[in-house]
Write a protein that binds this ligand. Structure first.
Ligand code: ATP
Ligand code: MG
Length: 314
């Protein structure tokens, strides 16, 4: 299981059709590497929660297989459930429970021996230790979310699923959460989180997957994703409109605005040469006068929007 090349979670041909006929997952193949932080992005209803819930054994797949630590989640569910911690998207806590009790209870559910030091350590990491004897219903929303994380960590899982851990959480707590995720990674925990905050994926993930309409559209190293799909553009505003571009400019594949006043040049951020100098020389040689130059770089957000948009047009 600790073999670097063996995925800690392996999903093959996973589909899910809910009662009523909605197909929420349309064939997902996914390998999660031990120790990585994987962020899953996708619009509302894309199937992120369904995917996570299936791996965690809360939703029964319609077809396909999932293994965790090499064990099948259906045949060996006792083993796989112990390896997994889940922080659900919806806040699900008994109103009258005390913080310490509810975390202790979660640990017990997995058959682990009591370990008050471990519980205190988790509560301390989550800045909840001074709330240990407080009823959960007196906590703020952000604190309740941290209690859910404490519960999910109580049985010392190897893989932690966080379903929108920072939804509705203030900036400071979000940063605390990121620190916690980093600390868990240092402890060797594999982390899969879903998020709508692209900067969150940008900040903490090693790899990013994009899910749309039940399909995994891409999954790659964050840096690769930005390099392979990211493009830079140079916008050239002209003094006078051009009707037709001279042949000498054809190799630049310029895009001309409808009013002829702007040319857009798109280039690869990975390329050794941008071609900008050559373009400017060619424009000069063609007698096209410039008024202004601007550049823009596609962010992970642009990439994401483009991908999902393209998927919806299929
Ligand atoms: N229990 C259920 N019964 C029927 N349909 C469901 C059920 N749960 C989810 N769905 C449907 O499956 C699709 C995927 O839902 P899911 O919750 O997995 O999306 P999501 O990507 O997590 O969205 P969000 O970002 O809003 O949390 C949606 O169309 C949803 O309405
Ligand atoms: Mg969801």
């Amino acid at each position: 299981m600790s073999n670097e090349n063996t995925p800690i979670v392996s999903v093959r041909g996973l589909t899910k059709t809910y009662d009523g006929g909605h197909q929420a997952l349309k064939g997902i193949d996914l390998d999660i590497r031990e120790g990585e932080i994987l962020a899953l992005l996708g619009p509302n209803g894309a199937g992120k929660t369904t995917l996570i819930s299936t791996v965690c054994g809360l939703v029964t797949p319609s077809s396909g297989t999932v293994t965790v630590g090499g064990h099948d989640i259906i045949k060996d569910y006792r083993v796989t459930r112990k390896l997994i911690g889940l922080v659900p998207q919806e806040l699900t806590l008994g109103a009258f429970d005390l913080v310490g009790d509810t975390v202790r209870f979660s640990r017990g559910l997995f058959g682990l021996p009591p370990n008050e030091d471990r519980i205190d350590e988790i509560l301390t990491d989550l800045s909840l230790i001074d709330k240990k004897d407080d009823p959960v219903n007196r906590l703020s929303g952000g604190m309740k979310r941290r209690v859910l994380i404490a519960k999910a960590l109580s049985h010392e899982p190897r893989v932690l699923f966080l379903d929108e851990p920072t939804a509705g959480v203030d900036v400071e707590l979000r940063k605390d959460m990121w620190k916690l995720v980093e600390k868990l990674r240092q402890d060797g925990v594999t982390i899969i989180l879903t998020t709508h905050y692209i900067e969150e994926a940008e900040e903490i993930a090693d790899r990013v997957g994009v899910i749309s309409d039940g399909r995994l559209l891409v999954i790659d190293e964050k840096a690769n994703l930005m390099a392979s799909l990211g493009r830079k553009q140079l916008m050239v505003d002209l003094r006078a409109p051009v009707e037709v571009l001279p042949d000498s400019l054809s190799k630049f594949n310029l895009e001309r605005s409808d009013d002829g006043l702007r040319l857009t040049y798109t280039f690869d951020t990975q390329g050794e040469r941008t071609g900008i100098t050559a373009l400017l020389q060619a424009l000069n040689a063609a007698g096209i006068g410039l008024k202004d130059l601007n550049t823009s770089q596609s962010s992970l957000e642009d990439i994401f929007v483009n991908l999902v948009h393209r998927d919806h047009e299929r």
